[in-house]
Design a protein around this ligand. Structure first.
Ligand SMILES: Nc1ncnc2c1ncn2[C@@H]1O[C@H](COP(=O)(O)OP(=O)(O)OP(=O)(O)O)[C@@H](O)[C@H]1O
Ligand SMILES: Nc1ccn([C@H]2C[C@H](O)[C@@H](COP(=O)(O)O)O2)c(=O)n1
Length: 231
């Protein structure tokens, strides 16, 4: 029989938001793995629907065309932090959703309200389905998708630090061009009408500019453990 002493801990829902390149994915995956939680990369879902639109000849400059097609692709996210997956209509799209073409078009597609409604429903159903809890990262998780999350984190970092991190990833990419592209995408994501990139009023802000990835992970793990201890 399960007693209070040996009962499994109640599911914990962690929302991690912030601009591009602040470390949301790296931090969320590591925190989820360390704490035995599931992990959901919501940016990958918006990239997946964008990839489908591009592949199916939908005009990205036409929000009505995007809206009309929003419920067509079947998007499935695997939530194991050690091996997260994303498929569209059964095709593994983990690599093609990271192309420059998708990156340059994802803000326009994700600004369409019908796309957000569809993807938000998917995200909520995934979060509801986890047994031990989940770390969900994105732009509007604390404000819109999971406003009742147990813990909300908003990661920030200077544009220079973020550009340096991304240029390191893209080997040889021009840091200034990378910085400008990040700033442009953040402005589009923060400026859209429906569910923009924003810090929830009750989120803990962590500026990662001067922190190593390991320090950020430790900080978030500590915050989750404190939340669990309070319950
Ligand atoms: N605190 C940190 N210090 C140094 N490098 C970091 C730090 N956090 C993340 N990184 C590195 O920065 C890059 C971007 O991190 P990550 O992909 O986790 O950011 P993100 O916020 O999820 O970005 P996006 O929203 O664009 O997907 C990765 O190469 C990652 O290893
Ligand atoms: N909750 C979310 C997550 C992502 N998006 C959009 C905006 C981003 O520019 C794009 C790609 O995200 P990334 O892979 O860089 O994290 O997806 C959003 O609107 N809401």
């Amino acid at each position: 029989m399960e007693t209070a002493a040996n009962a499994a801990p109640a599911a914990v829902i962690v929302a991690i938001d912030g601009p591009s390149g602040t470390g949301k994915s790296s931090t969320s995956k590591a925190v989820a793995a360390q704490l035995g939680l599931s992990y959901l990369d919501t940016g990958a879902q918006y990239r997946a629907i964008t990839w489908w639109m591009v592949n199916n000849g939908i005009d990205i400059a036409d929000p009505a065309a995007i809206a009309a097609a929003a419920d067509k692709p079947d998007i499935v996210s695997g939530t194991d932090p050690a091996a997260p997956t994303i498929t569209v209509d059964g095709t593994d799209v983990a690599a093609p959703i990271r192309t420059q073409e998708v990156t340059s078009k994802v803000s326009a597609v994700s600004a369409v309200p019908e796309v957000r409604t569809r993807i938000t429903e998917l995200q909520r159903s995934i979060a509801r389905g986890t047994e031990l809890g989940i770390v969900v990262e994105g732009r509007d998780i604390g404000t819109t998708v999971l406003p009742d999350a147990d813990l909300k984190i908003f990661l920030t970092a200077s544009p220079e630090a973020r550009a340096a991190r991304r240029s390191g990833e893209l080997k040889g990419a021009d840091v200034n061009a990378t910085r400008e592209a990040l700033i442009k995408r953040d402005a589009a994501d923060s400026g859209r009408k429906t569910s923009p990139l924003a810090k929830a009023g009750d989120a803990v802000e962590v500026d990662t500019t001067e922190l190593s990835l390991q320090q950020v992970i430790e900080c978030v793990v500590t915050l989750v453990e404190e939340k669990r201890a309070e319950r």
